[in-house]
Design a protein around this ligand. Sequence first.
Ligand code: SAM
Length: 313
Amino acid sequence: MIKGDSAQYRFDKTIQGQTITFPVEFIKENGIKDKIYVMCEIPANVVLAEKFLEVAKAEAFEITDAEKKIIRENADEIAALTGEELLDFGCGDGTKAGIILETAKDRDMTTKYRPVDISPRIIFEASARTPKEITIEGRILDFSKPLPKDLKTTDKSTFALFGSTLGNGNARYQEELMKNFAGAMQEKDNLLVGVQLNYDFETILKKYQDPEVSSFAEPMLRNLGIEKEDVELYVSGDKEEQTIQLNIKMLKDKEISIEKNKVNLPKGKVINLIVSHKYEIPEMEHLAEIAGLKIKKSFLNPESSYGIFVLEK
Ligand SMILES: C[S@@+](CC[C@H](N)C(=O)[O-])C[C@H]1O[C@@H](n2cnc3c(N)ncnc32)[C@H](O)[C@@H]1O
């Protein structure tokens, strides 16, 4: 049940007979405010957002390949849409933006690269991969909060949110994110949103249940001071909500430290480490509409397993 009013993104849910505490509740319970990061929803990840780079490199992370392929195959059209600056929100290692920037450079369309992330190290990593002819201006910020007014520096900017980052939170989170982007956009700007589509939920779930995917969680656990043996690590799926979760269940009582806080994790507690929503196209239309945007163009792969949507005001 989503308790949207009690806390912005707070919800508990019973999945396969097990009540799962979702990240924001966990964070709030433990007195850690203002730290809610996508793909790093639990504080373990907050401290080591950089671990995403390892995740992205894992072969099993096939959504990355699907998105890169769409960008590569439509690079001319996407680069032409891009305008004078590319604001790459949650830039990760920057390889997707890199394909667009390479194309823009080869066609003499000067585009400034603006990697935007909560993690400075990630911004450095993305910048290091950028063609040297491109001007880079990174920005460290939390995009789950309203975006600053001075973010855009040119008349026609493209905002990008790749990597299905939009789906790393519940419906409320997704709406807020879209509104934040829309609030910072002007008439000539575009927003490119790349998301995994719900082509066949059972197949997607099976892919996530691959042990290699579950091993994404291991760096997060190490960072929290939790041994692999302390937990049961499992992937659950909620077909109705079109959501996949990567969870840990405590196999023994454990006290851990998160920043200055001591946190008790009793035996049996389940914590969701990663949540990933899978989209239907009408949902994207709905999210755009709520934020006052419309979908101008969609790039889907032939399997319709991944889509990049171009939105405008
Ligand atoms: C799912 S990854 C996507 C990375 C990259 N765009 C890709 O497609 O490979 C999410 C990225 O968003 C960043 N991030 C997560 N939450 C954030 C927030 N609230 N504000 C800014 N950056 C955030 C993470 O550090 C990470 O780089």
